[in-house]
Design a protein around this ligand. Structure first.
Ligand SMILES: NC(=O)c1ccc[n+]([C@@H]2O[C@H](COP(=O)([O-])OP(=O)(O)OC[C@H]3O[C@@H](n4cnc5c(N)ncnc54)[C@H](O)[C@@H]3O)[C@@H](O)[C@H]2O)c1
Length: 330
């Protein structure tokens, strides 16, 4: 039987690379696309020798061409951490608007099913807790996070318009905080930040008083949810995340216990528009996809810590992402 062909944008990033692994495992032909602005070839280099894997170094905010048939497109390209999208705000807006337009055009031409990586950030700093898909959000469009949040909201609107107007088969996954191997240590997200600080022998920094909560989903659970949603006939947004909520203060304690660091916790001012609470309501995913997270935080953290421990000294001490300067003018 002929292999299914899938295009994954943002394939060299954290989630994109795990998606490549999963679809290769399912015997798809994977066409990976990335401009490497925040991603790394290292995340996918183990796939290069495979005949059912190809890599295209390309910016999806520019016109996309893929020859041959395409069954699926996963649009995951986008800077995803606050440090990234604050440094490259225009690229973030472009990949969420021009990028999705190009992907949708390609999906229409090929008759492919398209999924977008949306985010819990579409709910902004929510005044409803936990957040169900029916909640419309509480977003400051011109706040520092606006470039990301509004790009993702536009992306959802555009995707829905292609579904209703052109009858395209589209899926919207609203991803909540996800973690696991191949995250970047210095991408500004709390989990790699704490582990990185512990590994470098630095104090763990909490922004605000640490009472703000987060819920973390292990990457394998997320990928399973994405796989099921892609193969469902549901076209409305679906939350995928782990509802197991923890305060940042308690989370710092967990990391201290996990890593055995003797460093202490220090407190700094909370950034503007940092959400106080984040917790997905996953009733819909449970009902629709028979999905719920399986990996406990203790198990997932251990796997992630082992990955970070295996990094070289240079990677452990890398402060800035090295590709920004090269791409900043594009
Ligand atoms: N990780 C999370 O917890 C999380 C939560 C919600 C949503 N998401 C979404 O999932 C997707 C992947 O996030 P991630 O955590 O893997 O981030 P990441 O930064 O590791 O990966 C993003 C990838 O997209 C690539 N990219 C960015 N702009 C591009 C462009 N114009 N053309 C081609 N490639 C481009 C980057 O080089 C990188 O490889 C993003 O769309 C993000 O918004 C992630």
């Amino acid at each position: 039987m002929e292999r299914k062909r899938i295009l994954i944008t943002g394939a060299a990033g954290f989630l994109g690379s795990h998606l490549c692994d999963r679809f290769i495992k399912e015997d798809y032909h994977v066409i990976a696309m990335d401009n490497l602005i925040t991603g790394r070839l290292k995340n996918i280099e183990h796939l290069f020798e495979l005949e059912n894997f190809e890599f295209h170094h390309h910016d999806v905010s520019k016109f996309i061409h893929v020859s041959g048939k395409l069954d699926y497109i996963l649009h995951f390209a986008s800077p995803a951490s606050p440090i990234d999208y604050l440094k490259i705000p225009i690229q973030t807006l472009k990949v969420g608007s021009l990028g999705i337009h190009h992907c949708l055009g390609l999906a229409k031409e090929k008759g492919a099913t398209l999924m977008i990586a949306s985010t819990s950030e579409v709910y902004g700093d929510p005044d409803v807790h936990p957040q169900p898909e029916t909640y419309w959000g509480h977003v400051n469009p011109i706040g520092p996070r606006g470039v990301y949040d509004e790009a993702k909201r536009f992306q959802e609107a555009m995707t829905m318009a292609y579904h209703t107007y052109h009858g395209l088969d589209t899926k919207i996954v609203r991803i909540f905080n996800t973690y696991g191997p191949r995250m970047r240590l210095n991408d500004g997200r709390v989990l790699p930040a704490f582990i990185g600080q512990a590994l470098r022998g630095e104090d763990l920094t909490i922004f605000g008083d640490g009472s703000q909560t987060r819920s973390f989903c292990y990457v394998d659970d997320l990928v399973e949810g994405i796989y099921r949603l892609l193969h469902s006939d549901y076209n409305q947004p679906v939350n995928i995340g782990n509802p197991d909520e923890i305060s940042i203060k308690d989370f710092a304690e967990e990391i201290i216990n996990l890593t055995g660091t003797t460093q202490k916790v220090v407190y700094k001012d909370l950034p503007v528009n940092d959400p106080q609470q984040r917790q997905p309501d996953i009733s819909l995913a449970k009902k629709l996809l028979n999905w719920e997270p399986k990996v406990t935080r203790a198990e997932g953290l251990k796997l992630t810590y082992n990955y970070f421990k295996s990094l070289s000294k240079e990677e452990l001490n890398e402060k800035e992402h090295y590709n920004f300067d090269k791409y900043i003018k594009s």
